[in-house]
Design a protein around this ligand. Structure first.
Ligand code: HEC
Length: 131
């Protein structure tokens, strides 16, 4: 009887915890910065297009609109896919950031990149370059 109560209480606590953490994840801008510079920028500068894209090249509102539309490379693919585990796994042998963050849930890493872009935006707290 007693242990059933304890189990019930534990289940409730873990449920609340899950609901809370799902809602309250605060992006980690430092992790986002590492990822943006090491993965997003690495690809942008590897070929001829588009070249480095500084976070400070857009305002917060522009980044917000860009990320919610989630249309990358003129709509050819999605921004999210490049922060996803599948992509990280595919490059982790040669990319340290992708390797380091290989198991971070997709939504968390995307949020990290987002808060970094907001912070580094033209009108953000600390306008940032891409490298
Ligand atoms: C595999 C290579 C690759 C990766 C990884 C990549 N990009 Fe790109 N990105 C491109 C290319 C190529 C373009 C230019 C497309 C064009 O102009 O036709 C681009 C364009 C952009 C643009 C300019 C607007 C647009 O969409 O055309 C932004 C902003 C951008 N990328 C953000 C990101 C972010 C944020 C990440 C990381 C989460 C990322 N990219 C990861 C290849 C990549």
């Amino acid at each position: 009887m007693k242990s059933t109560k304890i189990m019930g209480a534990l289940a409730l606590v873990s449920l609340l915890g899950a609901a809370f953490s799902a809602q309250a994840y605060d992006g980690d801008w430092k992790r986002g910065r590492v990822y943006y510079r090491s993965v997003c920028t690495a690809c942008h500068t590897a070929g001829k297009t588009p070249g480095a894209i500084n976070p400070s090249s857009k305002t917060k509102a522009e980044w917000n609109a860009y990320l919610s539309a989630d249309k990358h490379a003129k709509g050819k693919d999605s921004v999210k896919q490049w922060a996803g585990q599948a992509y990280r796994n595919s490059i982790k042998a040669t990319n340290k950031a992708a390797e380091k963050f290989a198991t971070v849930p997709d939504a968390e890493l995307m949020e990290d990149v987002k808060v970094f872009l907001m912070k580094g935006a033209k009108d953000g707290d600390a306008p940032a370059s891409c490298s």
